[in-house]
Design a protein. Structure first.
Length: 152
């Protein structure tokens, strides 16, 4: 119930406040945080499966709200849901605020590239690469403090 309210709040913020919509990608933070918490509660494939399911749900909601083709958000958020518990196993990385910030920046860049790349391939839209990189980099920098603050 708590997570559904967080999802609703994030989508409300991103659709109603243009500053947040243009400069951040809060859905990446939401999937990242859920992945951290699911890894803390359980280990192994159960944590990964729950995190992927949550990421797919958030991506589907994002696709439906955007009005674009359904699939790019599901793909990108599902992959982020899979990668978060995997990255922060003690075998790959032990979570620290620095690693959290770096991973959030990488995840935001990855999410933007997968979303726009998928939409370009499947819908034929054309986007200027310089503008795209500027927007994704600004979103990554805006999301970086969340990686420092959100702890497992």
């Amino acid at each position: 119930m708590k997570w559904m309210l967080l999802v609703a709040l994030v989508f409300l913020l991103q659709t109603q406040f243009y500053f947040i919509k243009d400069f951040s990608n809060l859905t990446v933070i939401l999937v990242y945080y859920f992945g951290l918490k699911s890894h803390q509660r359980s280990t192994g494939s159960k944590a990964e499966l729950g995190s992927v399911a949550f990421g797919v749900f958030v991506g589907l909601m994002e696709d439906v709200i955007s009005g674009a083709v359904i699939g790019p958000g599901v793909l990108s958020k599902g992959l982020l849901g899979l990668m978060t518990p995997v990255v922060f196993t003690d075998m790959v990385f032990k979570w620290t605020p620095l690693w959290g910030a770096i991973i959030v920046v990488i995840f935001t860049l990855f999410d933007g590239l997968v979303l726009i790349g998928s939409r370009m391939v499947f819908t034929g839209i054309h986007v200027t690469s310089v503008t795209l990189l500027q927007v994704i980099c600004v979103q990554s920098l805006f999301n970086m403090p969340f990686g420092l603050l959100l702890r497992p």
